[in-house]
Design a protein around this ligand. Structure first.
Ligand code: ADP
Ligand code: MG
Length: 257
């Protein structure tokens, strides 16, 4: 087995009010893998991403980065979290501005990132002029402009309609296939997880732990061919069954008469 990029060692997180969000989370994460976390609302998925990002500290256990904690972790949230008064380009500039980079110096990074998400021509638009899917692309471009080796995504497409979501899933798969970032992706959608991931970790209700670890052996470039593949359907069904088992819901066999 190759050396893990990131190791979660028996992580627990209990908040000051006594809420235990996570209990005994352990996993080795390989470099270049696309790992999805699926589980019911409130099971600690966002808490775990914040710990990996270094925005919060575990109350038990530890996180080990084999080659040191990277300073280039990109974080994409469910809301596009754009500044409404700033243009698309200025929104992408924000993290660079916070690091003291002038707009002029950041411009090539802004150009490249917006080009990659198909918004090269919309640099001077304001968020209110864009659709929900486009706003999410700006948010992704902002994370990509940091050229992250690690991308953490917290239900980024949950608020979008199904067609837009599929399109962004395709684009995300293309970008990942090209750049091989290590991605940790939180989603409610079993199908989205089965489409995008190399591995799916299933969490039960709070306190979250990993109750199933499902490998997704599929071509790097996915597309509709993978969506139509019987193995895609089988993996989706397996993960759904694991989620139901974790929630204590018996799987139903319905007779159709
Ligand atoms: P998920 O992202 O899976 O929906 P979260 O990680 O946001 O879940 O939250 C896990 C649990 O921890 C929830 O019950 C939530 O209410 C609780 N929680 C999250 N943050 C805090 C906090 N700062 N203080 C107390 N409880 C919290
Ligand atoms: Mg969450």
């Amino acid at each position: 087995m190759s050396t893990p990029f990131l190791t979660l060692n028996n992580i627990g997180r209990r908040f000051a009010d006594g809420t235990a969000a996570l209990a005994d989370i352990s996993a080795d994460i390989e470099e270049g893998s696309f790992v999805s976390l699926v589980g019911p609302s409130g099971c600690g998925k966002s808490t775990l991403l914040r710990l990996v990002a270094g925005l919060d500290e575990p109350s038990a256990g530890s996180i080990t980065w084999t080659n040191g904690q990277p300073d280039d972790v990109g974080f994409v949230f469910q809301d596009a979290t754009l500044m409404p008064w700033a243009t698309v380009a200025d929104n992408v500039w924000l993290p660079h501005r916070l690091r003291g980079m002038s707009r002029e110096d950041a411009q090539p990074l802004i150009d490249e990132a917006l080009e990659r998400v198909g918004l090269g021509g919309r640099q001077s638009a304001y968020p209110r002029e864009l659709s929900g899917g486009m706003r999410m692309r700006v948010s992704i471009a902002r994370a990509l402009s940091l050229k992250p080796r690690v991308l953490l995504m917290d239900e980024p497409f949950a608020a979008l309609d199904e067609i837009t979501r599929e399109k962004l899933n395709d684009d995300l798969n293309d970008l990942w296939a090209e750049h091989k970032w290590t991605v940790i992706y939180v989603t409610h959608s079993v199908y989205e997880a089965a489409y995008l991931s190399t591995r799916i970790l299933v969490m039960p209700a709070r306190p979250g732990a990993f109750v199933a670890d499902v490998p997704v052996e599929a071509p790097v470039d996915r597309g509709d061919g993978w969506r139509a593949n019987p193995r895609f359907a089988q993996i989706s069904a397996d993960v759904t069954a694991q989620l139901r088992a974790a929630a204590g819901v018996a799987s139903q066999s319905r007779r159709v008469s």
